[in-house]
Design a protein around this ligand. Sequence first.
Ligand code: GLA
Length: 372
Amino acid sequence: MIDRKFQSEFGSSPDYKVFAPSRINLIGEHTDYCGGECMPFATSNGTDFFFSSNDSGTLEVYTERFKERHAFALKLSKTRRMSLDWKDYVYGVLFAISDEHKVKGGQIFVRQSIGSAGLASSASFCVGLAKTLCPELSPFDLAKRSWQAERSYVGVKCGIMDQISISLGGGLNLKAKDLSFSSVSLDNSDCQLVILDTLVPRELLSSNYNNRYEEMLEVAEAIGLTRVDSLAGVDRVPQNLRPKLKARLRHVLTECERVKRAAKAIEMREWRVLGFLMNQSHASLRDDYEVSCPELDTIVSLAQAQKGVLGARLTGGGFGGCAIALCQKNSAQSWQKVVEEAYREVFGYNPNIFEANFSQGVKLTRFSSESK
Ligand code: GLA
């Protein structure tokens, strides 16, 4: 099927399409860059890239979200100044892949259906773009290079959870230190996950996300570790840290423990235990790691108070964006309106509440000449 908008933007037809999902993290927040465990699920809203290749030596990208088109020279200049917008992510990916891989020029139409913050829209963009430009990259290579694009080029000190989740798809119990993982699934359970989007915008770069990374760096140095990603292996919070840093480390250590218990709970089909751990995780992110905000705290408490909801917590980096609720299947219809109305009473607008659907990892689909 030809995307008509591609035709009208570029006057040609795409050769193939790449879909990169978004992700929600069931539990294990702000643990990945500390080398700990997390439990991301790839979800069906995501980013589509329609691509037509050519030999022009440039890459023209149109993004529907920003209604902007830009031509990127494939001969990269190391002295480029950052533009502090979506173009930096394109350059980041180009730098991350073009050392070893020859990137073809062409035209790309980007369409993103990820509503708000906290669902890894930038990782979805980077992984999808890397796949579009270098379809031959293995899932791990894709994840690592997209991670490098955000971390080294754009400058967000993120972990690799989002990129791994989006590349591999499904639900994963992931250990960020060595990237070992096992699959996790809520299929055949009588539970479902619901996304509660506060619509509070947040960019990781301009939030306090990097500040939390810097604090963890300080913790690592104070206890004689050379790397932040060794922190999850520490066995207790040392007494000589200042109180704020103690609380930060306490969050990371207790959160890693919760992920282990959550994996057990899923295996044993103890959904109430899983919900309880999610509630504890939110409290720890709010009080010890201080990455929540009034809108997230409100929507989480409202959800936790509903019949049929087993647990709720913020998901992703925090400081705005989305929460998730684990609830009994089909119970959301009975409480969604109640939460919306109570939330509107406090903040004057409705949040966006919808069911999470899971997805496979990033995927390339070629268009046959008949379908063009
Ligand atoms: C963002 C980052 C991830 C992870 C989460 C918090 O999504 O990209 O690497 O740190 O925040 O768990």
